[in-house]
Design a protein around this ligand. Structure first.
Ligand code: CO
Length: 220
């Protein structure tokens, strides 16, 4: 792995901008007019989980919010504002919470490790851990971390579904679907956690099935 210096970053940027313009003349001026992404990605801040590269999406195609352990809290004005803007203004069609295996924030929650100020943030992942204590206790230890990464993504989808933004959007008939995914640092592949929620009516059943699949994967 090469370590870039700050001057390298500017050089990379110049090369990238030139290459984009070469391959797609007018790309930047086209995007200046408007952004019309179909997707919103809520993921972990982890440097190894870049939304655009993983999904092959270009600038303008995915609206992104990232924080430690991809947590959605109803009192987090930052996260809620991005969701509200994405749903109400940009009219995204799909909103995915993307956890990742090997997430350090999730591991800290699992092990009750002290990492600093973020302990208070990780508390939300501990709530997920405690909610699914019985399921996790039945999972062999090496796989317990993975299982909590999956459960955390699923529960954050629930939090979005229960937000006033989503409740209002669905109530007015807007087509916007929620998804729970988990990304593997090991092979670069995304696992679909089958937590796909097209409307409020399907929420409880989607949650039940997705959680059952977590248990199934953990035992396989
Ligand atoms: Co992480």
């Amino acid at each position: 792995m090469t370590t870039s210096s700050i001057t390298d970053l500017f050089e990379h940027n110049r090369q990238w901008a030139a290459q984009m313009e070469r391959e797609k003349p007018g790309f930047f001026t086209g995007l200046m007019a408007q952004q019309k992404p179909r997707y919103m990605w809520i993921g972990c801040s982890d440097s190894r989980v870049p939304a655009n590269q993983i999904t092959g999406l270009e600038p303008g195609e995915v609206f992104v919010h990232r924080n430690i352990a991809n947590v959605v809290v109803p009192t987090d004005l930052n996260c809620l504002s991005t969701i509200q803007y994405a749903v109400d203004q940009l009219k995204v069609e799909h909103l995915m919470v993307v956890g990742h295996y090997g997430c350090g924030g999730v591991l800290a929650a699992l092990q009750d490790a002290r990492i600093g100020l973020a302990d208070n943030w990780i508390r939300h992942v501990k709530d997920v851990r405690d909610k699914h204590a019985a399921l996790l206790a039945a999972v062999p230890l090496p796989k317990r971390h993975d299982a909590l990464c999956e459960l955390n993504a699923i529960e954050q989808v629930m939090n979005i579904a229960h937000s006033t933004v989503m409740q209002d959007a669905w109530a007015r008939g807007q087509k916007v679907q929620l998804h729970g995914w988990c990304y593997s640092l090991q092979n670069g592949l995304i696992t679909n956690l089958q937590m796909s929620v097209p409307d409020v009516a399907g929420l409880a059943e989607a949650h039940r099935q997705a959680v059952a699949l977590v248990a199934e994967r953990a035992q396989s």
